[in-house]
Design a protein around this ligand. Sequence first.
Ligand code: CA
Length: 438
Amino acid sequence: MKAKSKDPLFEFLIVGALITGAVFAFAPNSAASIPVAKPIDKPKPTIEPVLPSYVVPSGKTQTLVTGLRAPWELLFLPDGQALVDERDSGTILQISKDYSTQKVAFTSTTPPCVKFCEGGTLGMAYAADRPDGKLSLFVFLTTLTDNRILKYDLDSSEDLWSLSNKRVLFSGIDRSGLSTTHNGGRLAIGPDGKLWVSLGDAGMRGSTSQNWNRLAGSILRLNLDGSIPEDNPREDSPVWAKGLRDTQGMAWDNFGNMWTTEFGQDTWDELNLMQKGKNYGWPIAEGKYKFAETPLPQGNPGSDNQGTAESPAPTPNIPTMPSDKELFNDSRYTNPYFTWHPEDAACSGISFVRGSLISACLRGGKLWIMPVLGDKKLGEPQAFLTGTFGRIRKATLAPDGSLWIITSNKDGRGGWSQGGEKAQDDRVIRVELKTVYY
Ligand SMILES: [Ca+2]
């Protein structure tokens, strides 16, 4: 019997065809092409990556509270209700969830000055530094003799907040003579849990702002009991930075960097990146330029260039000094990160909100928003709400993710028109935000 032919080449081709067919049959895309080895699947991330983004107003706004007069600070409490204070009346009000207001306390019934006042009941901040996590409220107050920080117990009962146990935490901060100018006055609890205080030069320029032994013209850093932290730049000194003319805004971004807004004299307002122990140049520099200082006038030392578009700032006695001629470059002093002309800025409060630094501007009547692009790196400022609500003192992140702003049209600087009418009151306005990806 003739054995079947077992041609080795024939057998190789048959076996090869069978194997290839089997491989193609089991391949997921058998119609595709030659199978290739698949990489081992990596575990899928359970959290979506956060895209670089920041926030800006969406265009939707809503007036929540009317009838205020020169509100200066707006804070949200842990239960979602808010506190707002009025600079001149010394009233601290609660804004309840239905947007009604109730008086919580008076800091003082004595106005600290008569005309062109910048002082009064200014910044507020709170911390849970009492037993059982109970709260304390810190309030910045200008008196007839000084600027000082009050501390209260802050408690709530049946949705109503109250203040008690008023005491003076820290006093003796310089104030100017007639018109209480350049007080600074913002308070904040920093990421380090300390109480931060932004000040102005009290109208005394270099004699305070360039003197480390004077409180005015500085950023102060305190423990919550009013004592001096051991890791401040100078031993037994609350002064953390110097060379400031009038700083009313402090905020920390997600990299932990501290940013401040500062009113300039005539030509340049500033945004500063704050660093421990640094000197920010006033009055040797204004903005990024050398400041041509002239002798201080007697009496009223001048006020911040916060005047309105219609009404120039009340800066009698101070001659206009051209300070944009010579760039300032001196390693002993730190130049600002951004500058604006006062008519476009005069920014008071600043907040960090979801990737944005948001500064609220008086004379400019707008929000300047700066995207935080990285560590110590900001995108170009963008302007929003220009002229819509008049002078804006502060913008605060609300618990629902929107922004609440407080106007300052009744602060004695002429007032802005609202809808063609001179503003009759100050307001709290809700500004809806939208996210911008880049
Ligand atoms: Ca400066």
